[in-house]
Design a protein around this ligand. Structure first.
Ligand code: ADP
Ligand code: MG
Length: 703
């Protein structure tokens, strides 16, 4: 046992923090670095050399042997290629550890096999990684040893973004610039930038390694493709916030420590609704760092699980019939002089700046509901959005009683005289204190809910990068701010103009506000009456990226070029097709080589029993009936299996792209469901020992 370190000692131990830079760099160099971090620009090569040496020395002192440009290609996960610090040996055969400024700033990982949606033909395959100084370098400790990871953006030879970070950084600059124009209108001359902050709550499942390894579907698809429901699901709600079992507790303890070392502020942990489901939330931070850290959270969750003989499932829907996993993306905007633009204060009706910001966000979300929806779509999330457990596929905004009332007054009369207050919650027990009540209750069914001083975008999938949702949020709000500032900067009577503009925006876009039950069937109809888009699947959402409205938005704020958007569309269709193809092939494999043979064997033993029982002169009708049921289930399964094989072949013969992706969604997925149904029924008929896989009960209740 090593010495026990306190959290304060552990925290950010593996991060090359600003503090460490300050300590290790000459004052002038540190100042230059800090200036570029805060205001952009480029480091001179001499400065970069000094920084690289300090970074390398720190890394090597902490056991590092390699460095990597850590980046986020369009696969949605991170990528790394390790280079050791080892230099060419001298004449005596000795080497030293070397790392130059050039190697720090720029890399050329080749990496031509990542999806680029046609932006990069392999014959002109140069791709570059560029150091993102706004996210700190860190050390990753893994079986490979200690690796210095340098967060980078990944671009093509012609400067097009090939990753998720570059557009995010561009969107952060856009929203900062436009939000500054807004705060300037309210005499805030001190602020020099506005920062988007994000706190993502991450849900996940843990399953036992041995059982996981017996399920090809978990291995290849990250979710169960077959499986009859367990006798018990989540209906007792005894797991939710329940006592954390020892095995899981030990995992969480390790996970927290690993994350703290990486400077991730792991803060909250609890059991979630479904059996074997849990959640971790960090403290919010700058969007860019939050995105990087969320990647580290997901990766660390998986790695630590291995050390505990478990596997972490990040898929949005690992098990049918119980809740899947999402990621609540809490988002706000704040100035660098400490003003949260989303803080309404005690009397929001008098807070004109807040009302303007709110009006702009209403406008942004209503105008670009389709893009927000798209940003939260991935293959796995199709199982959640619109189903009974997650927000519907329709974007709406929840404001809560207090703000809804203010908006109503503004829309109706142009002034908001009053404002509902929180008041006191009486507990009714003399020994308990009465609690100060928030002015607004919560709404768990809204996809985009105002929660006090931030918006919580609840649609995002658990396995997905949060880069896209935040890129879109920043972009659409930047546009609304820009349009408002264009009007207000020119206004002769500012007070009047801002009043009119707030009223105009709120009136025009109030249809996006919905405070009722978002899971209800009535809402779907009501939303349709209001003309709100209801985009039901990932593939249907793809083309929202290249509507005229979207292209105009992204090009205006230099977040995506049209070519980049088109390339992303192509990648999304491809990703969808490939993912469903893997799932279908996995089902075919499981059904042909394990399920059908197991059932055939079982029918044989049933048939033998029937004969034996009859010969012995007893009544074999129950055995015979069971044999009949199993045989007929087997026949159905076999027919469905052949059908699935045929559709998969058909899909494979199609040209890649939109039509193929739709074919996978409409035809292949249906064939998958048609195969699953009889197989799950068979699972309930066949003797447990004869079934080739651990059941839902084994997987979820015996972790
Ligand atoms: P809630 O109970 O409303 O979900 P929590 O306090 O549990 O809120 O926070 C959920 C997540 O929201 C956490 O990651 C938290 O750090 C983050 N968060 C809190 N305030 C803000 C803010 N102003 N901007 C962005 N995220 C925030
Ligand atoms: Mg929350």
């Amino acid at each position: 046992m090593g010495e026990v370190l306190s959290v304060e000692e552990i925290f950010a131990k593996n991060v090359f923090t600003l503090g460490k830079m300050k300590q290790r760099l000459p004052k002038s160099v540190f100042k230059e670095v800090k200036a570029v971090m805060d205001r952009g620009g480029e480091l001179s090569l001499e400065t970069a050399d000094v920084v690289a040496k300090a970074m390398k020395d720190w890394a090597v002192e902490n056991g590092a042997t390699h460095y990597t440009h850590w980046f986020q290609p369009l696969t949605g996960i991170t990528a790394e290629k390790h280079d050791s610090f080892v230099a060419h040996p001298d004449e005596e055969g000795k080497t030293i550890m070397e790392f130059s400024g050039k190697e720090l700033i720029k890399g050329e990982p080749d990496a031509s096999s990542f999806p680029s949606g046609g932006l990069r033909a392999t014959f002109e395959a140069r791709g570059y990684t560029a150091w993102d100084m706004t996210s700190p370098a860190f050390l990753k400790e893994a079986a490979t040893g200690v690796i210095l990871c340098i967060p980078t953006a990944f671009c093509s030879y012609t400067g097009e973004a090939l990753d998720k970070k570059t557009p995010l950084l561009r969107s952060m600059e856009a929203v900062s610039e436009q939000a500054l124009r807004i705060v300037r209108l309210f005499q805030n001359d001190e602020a020099t930038k506005v920062v988007a902050s994000v706190g993502p709550e991450q849900e996940y499942f843990l399953v036992d390694k041995e059982k996981y390894l017996k399920r090809p579907d978990l291995i290849f698809a990250g979710r169960t493709l077959f499986g009859a429901p367990a006798p018990k699901g989540q209906e007792m709600e005894d797991h939710y916030f329940g006592v954390i079992r020892e095995r899981i507790g030990a995992y969480m303890k390790d996970l927290n420590e690993e994350l703290w070392k990486l400077g991730v502020t792991a803060k909250t942990q609890h059991n979630e609704v479904a059996p074997a489901q849990h959640e971790l939330a960090p403290i919010y931070e700058t969007a860019n760092i939050a995105v990087d850290h969320n990647q580290l959270v997901m990766e660390t969750m998986k790695r630590v699980a291995v050390h505990h003989d478990m596997r972490c499932l990040l898929h949005e829907k690992p098990f049918a019939g119980v809740n899947g996993s999402g990621k609540h993306n809490n988002w706000s905007l704040g100035t660098d002089n400490g003003v949260n633009l989303l803080d309404p204060g005690d009397t929001p009706n008098e807070n004109i700046q807040f009302l303007l910001v709110l009006a702009c966000i209403m406008k942004a979300v209503d105008t670009h509901a389709d893009l927000l929806r798209q940003s939260a779509s991935d293959v796995g999330n199709d199982h959640r959005l619109g189903a009974n457990e997650a927000p519907p596929a329709i974007i709406s905004m929840f404001l809560g009683e207090q703000l809804e009332d203010v908006v109503k007054q503004l829309v109706e009369t142009g002034i908001a005289e009053t404002c509902k207050e929180g008041g006191v919650l009486e507990t009714g027990v003399s020994t308990l204190p009465n609690l100060a009540k928030d002015a607004t209750d919560r709404n768990r069914t809204s996809p985009f809910a105002f929660t006090g001083n931030k918006f919580e975008f609840r649609m995002v999938g658990s396995a997905d990068s949060i880069a896209s949702p935040n890129t879109i949020l920043n972009a659409i709000v930047a546009e609304a701010f820009c349009e408002a500032a264009d009007v207000l900067e020119k206004a002769e009577d500012f007070d009047l103009a801002v009043h009119d503009l707030i009223k105009e925006y709120m009136t025009k876009h109030q249809r996006i506000i919905f405070n009722g039950n978002g899971y209800s069937e009535e809402w779907v109809k009501e939303a349709e009456r209001r003309g709100l888009p209801n985009i039901r699947s990932m593939v249907e959402a793809v083309e929202t990226l290249t509507t005229d409205k979207a292209v105009k938005l992204f090009e205006k704020f230099h977040i995506f070029t049209k070519a980049e958007l088109e390339s992303r569309e192509e990648v999304l269709y491809e990703t969808y097709a490939k993912t469903i193809n893997i799932e279908a092939l996995t089902m075919i494999d499981m059904a042909s080589r394990q399920i059908v043979p197991a059932v055939v064997k079982y029918t044989k033993s049933l048939a033998d029993t029937v004969i034996a029982v009859k010969e012995a002169g007893a009544d074999a009708s129950v055995q015979a009936k069971l044999l009949g049921q199993v045989s007929s289930g087997l026949a159905q399964a076999k027919t469905a299996l052949e059908k699935l094989q045929k559709t998969v072949e058909e899909a494979g013969a199609m040209q890649e792209g939109k039509a193929q992706a739709f074919f996978y969604k409409d035809v292949v997925r249906m064939a998958m469901e048609d195969l699953r149904r009889p197989v799950d029924e068979l699972e309930m008929l066949v003797e447990k020992e004869a079934w080739p896989y651990p059941t839902y009960a084994d997987l979820m209740f015996e972790v």
